[in-house]
Write a protein that binds this ligand. Structure first.
Ligand SMILES: Cc1cc2nc3c(=O)[nH]c(=O)nc-3n(C[C@H](O)[C@H](O)[C@H](O)COP(=O)(O)OP(=O)(O)OC[C@H]3O[C@@H](n4cnc5c(N)ncnc54)[C@H](O)[C@@H]3O)c2cc1C
Length: 511
C-alpha cells in the first residue's frame, strides 16, 4: 500500500536531522531555495555544547542551562539535553564532522559565557555550522528514503477537521502549488530574526512557523524571549555578521571609543557575563554615544586568520583588520527562545504536527539560551521526533479538507517598516509605551495587508512582551526592572491574543 510521507519543511540542522532519523519512513523534504541554504545552521560559529571535558559532566551542563534560563528553563528538558549531548557529537563525527582536537587527541573545547566549564565542541575554529551542514546535506543526498525538493517552499499547513494537521501546502519558485498529505508534518523553518532590522539571521527566518501552527490552534510559548547577540559586527550589513562569543572566551575585551573597558562596571564576570547582560551593556554604550568595540588585539592578534577565519574575513571585507584594530559591535537579534509550544519530542499537541529546532519551544532554554545549546536542541528534539513519528500509527493524510490558499506575504516598504519598529520597540530594552505603539502598528498593517505570516509572528512577540510586566532573562522592561513571582510561562494562541492585549481591551472599552 502507498505509504504517506513524513513532510518536513526547512533544511537546517533540525529538518535534516529529523529527516535522516525518520528512516525507513519515506520523507519529503521541502528545502526552500537549496538544501541547507539560507539557514542559521550554516552560519553557526561557536559550535555545540556537550560535557566532553574531563572536569565536566552532563549534570553541570544541565545546571548551567537551567541557571541561564532565569527561572523558566524546564529542568527535565535540560537534563535530557545535557545527557544526550556527547552521543550527538559522536553521531555527527560518524557522519564525517571533524571536531577540533588537541595534539594529544583530547577535545579542543571553547569556554563561552555562563558555562562553568570549557564545553563547546568546535570545528576549524569558527566554522562549526558550515561543517555540520556539509555533512548533513551529503548524508541526506546519499540516502534513498528522503525526496529532496529544492526550489520548493512550505506556504502553510493543511487543517484536518477541527483539530489536526493533514499535511503541508507547498509552492515552487514558479508559483505552482501542491497540497502534500502527510503521515506527520514537521516544521523546521528556524527563528524570527528577519522580523528585526538588525539581526544575525538569514532574511527568510521570519517566524512563519508561529503563524502556521497558531492557525491550526497551537499555542505559542514565551514569544517575548528573544536573544540579542551582544557582538554583531557593526558595519551596516544586513544581516549583520557575527563576532563569536568564543573571542571573549579567549580573552577579547569590550571597550568604548576611548579604549576603556566597560564590562567590569556592569557585572563581576565582565565580558563572560550572561549574554543578555552583555547585550544590554553594549546597547547602552551605543545609545549613549560612547561606542562599543571588541578588542582582540592582545588576546588573539596575529592568530586571528587561523583561529577565527570567518570573523576575520567579515572584518577585512569591511576594511577592519582585527589583528591590530578593535571591531565595532552592536547587539543584534540572534535567537528565539520562544516558539510553537511542544513537548520534548517536538510534538505540538496538534495531531500530526511537530515543530523542531528554533521554530519550536520545548521550554529548555527558558528566558535565556545558554550559548551553543541551540544546535544541540535541534539534534536532540529532531531525533526524538523522528522516533515518535516512526512509532505512531497515522491516518491523518486520509482526511479531506477545503483547498487551502496561502496568506499574502509582506515585502518591500511595509516589511522594512515592521523590522524597524520591532528593533525599536521589541528589542534589547522594551516599555509599555513602545510595545503598545508596536501592537497598534501591527494592527494597522494587518488591516491594510492582511494577516501575513510576518505580522502574525510579530504580534505574538509584541503581545508576549507587553503582557510580561517584569524583566527576566533576555526580556528587559525599562518600566518593570524587577522580577515577579510566581514564575510563569506565557502561553498564547490566536484566540487569547485577541482577548488579552491590554491596548485592544482599552480600545474595545472606549468604543
Ligand atoms: C550567525 C549565527 C551564529 C550562531 N552560532 C551558533 C553556535 O555556535 N552554536 C549554536 O548552538 N547555535 C548557534 N546559532 C543558532 C543556531 O545556528 C540556530 O538556532 C540553529 O541553526 C537553528 O536551526 P534550525 O534548523 O531550527 O533553523 P535554520 O538553520 O535557520 O534552518 C531553517 C531552514 O528552513 C528554511 N525555510 C524557512 N522557511 C521555509 C519555507 N517556508 N519553506 C522551506 N524552507 C524554509 C530556511 O531557508 C533554512 O534553510 C547561531 C545562529 C546564527 C545566526
Amino acid at each position: 500500500m502507498h505509504q504517506a510521507p513524513v513532510v518536513i519543511v526547512g533544511s537546517g540542522i533540525a529538518g535534516l536531522w529529523t529527516a535522516l532519523h525518520a528512516a525507513p519512513l519515506p520523507v519529503v523534504l521541502l528545502a526552500g531555495n537549496s538544501l541547507g541554504g539560507d539557514s542559521s545552521t550554516g552560519w553557526a560559529q561557536g559550535g555545540i555544547a556537550a560535557a566532553l571535558g574531563e572536569d565536566d559532566s552532563p549534570a553541570l551542563h544541565a545546571e548551567d542551562t537551567v541557571a541561564a534560563g532565569a527561572g523558566l528553563a524546564d529542568e527535565a528538558a535540560a537534563w535530557l539535553l545535557a545527557e544526550a549531548a556527547p552521543d550527538e557529537i559522536r553521531a555527527l563525527e560518524d557522519l564525517g564532522v571533524s571536531f577540533d582536537r588537541l595534539a594529544d587527541g583530547r577535545w579542543a573545547l571553547s569556554r563561552e559565557a555562563a558555562h562553568s566549564r570549557a564545553r563547546v565542541a568546535r570545528v576549524g575554529g569558527d566554522r562549526a555550522g558550515q561543517a555540520i551542514l556539509d555533512a548533513l546535506t551529503a548524508a541526506a543526498r546519499a540516502t534513498t528514503h528522503i525526496e529532496i525538493r529544492e526550489g520548493w517552499f512550505g506556504r502553510g499547513l493543511l487543517q484536518r477537521g477541527n483539530h489536526g494537521c493533514r499535511g503541508v501546502l507547498a509552492q515552487d519558485t514558479s508559483g505552482n502549488r501542491q497540497e502534500i498529505p502527510a503521515r506527520a508534518s514537521v516544521v523546521a523553518t528556524g527563528g524570527l530574526g528577519g522580523l528585526y532590522a538588525t539581526t544575525t539571521n538569514p532574511a527568510g527566518n521570519r517566524g512563519q512557523a508561529l503563524a502556521w501552527a497558531a492557525r491550526l490552534g497551537a499555542f505559542i510559548r514565551d514569544p517575548e524571549f528573544v536573544q540579542f547577540h551582544p557582538t554583531a559586527i557593526d558595519i551596516g550589513r544586513d544581516p549583520a555578521p557575527l563576532a563569536t562569543e568564543a573571542l571573549r572566551g579567549d580573552g577579547a575585551v569590550l571597550v568604548d571609543r576611548h579604549g576603556r573597558r566597560f564590562m567590569p562596571d556592569f557585572h563581576p564576570d565582565a565580558e563572560l557575563a550572561p549574554r543578555d547582560v552583555v547585550a544590554r551593556a553594549v546597547h547602552q554604550q551605543v545609545q549613549s554615544g560612547s561606542g562599543a568595540f571588541l578588542d582582540a588585539v592582545g588576546a588573539v592578534g596575529e592568530q586571528f586568520p587561523g583561529r577565527f577565519p570567518t570573523v576575520f574575513d567579515s572584518c577585512m571585507a569591511a576594511g577592519i583588520d582585527p589583528r591590530v584594530q578593535p571591531i565595532p559591535v552592536a547587539p543584534a537579534e540572534h535567537y528565539h527562545m520562544g516558539g510553537v509550544a511542544t513537548d520534548s519530542d517536538g510534538f505540538s499537541e496538534i495531531p500530526g504536527l511537530y515543530v523542531i529546532g528554533e521554530a519550536g519551544c520545548t521550554g529548555v532554554h527558558g528566558a535565556n539560551r545558554l550559548a551553543s545549546n541551540s544546535l544541540l536542541d535541534a539534534l536532540v528534539t529532531g531525533g526524538r521526533a523522528a522516533r515518535r513519528i516512526r512509532d505512531t500509527e497515522s491516518n491523518l493524510h486520509l482526511a479531506r479538507g477545503p483547498a487551502e490558499k496561502p496568506e499574502p506575504a509582506l515585502s518591500g516598504r511595509p516589511m522594512r517598516e515592521l523590522r524597524q519598529a520591532m528593533t525599536r520597540h521589541a528589542g534589547v530594552e522594551r516599555s509599555a509605551e513602545g510595545l503598545e505603539s508596536l501592537v497598534e502598528l501591527i494592527g494597522a498593517m494587518t488591516a491594510e495587508h492582511g494577516p501575513a505570516d510576518a505580522l502574525v509572528a510579530a504580534r505574538f512577540v509584541a503581545a508576549g512582551a507587553l503582557l510580561r510586566e517584569e524583566s527576566r532573562g533576555a526580556h528587559a522592561r525599562v518600566d518593570f526592572p524587577g522580577q515577579t513571582a510566581p514564575v510563569t510561562h506565557t502561553e498564547l494562541n490566536l484566540e487569547r491574543l485577541e482577548q488579552m492585549l491590554p491596548s485592544e481591551r482599552r480600545k474595545r472599552g472606549a468604543a
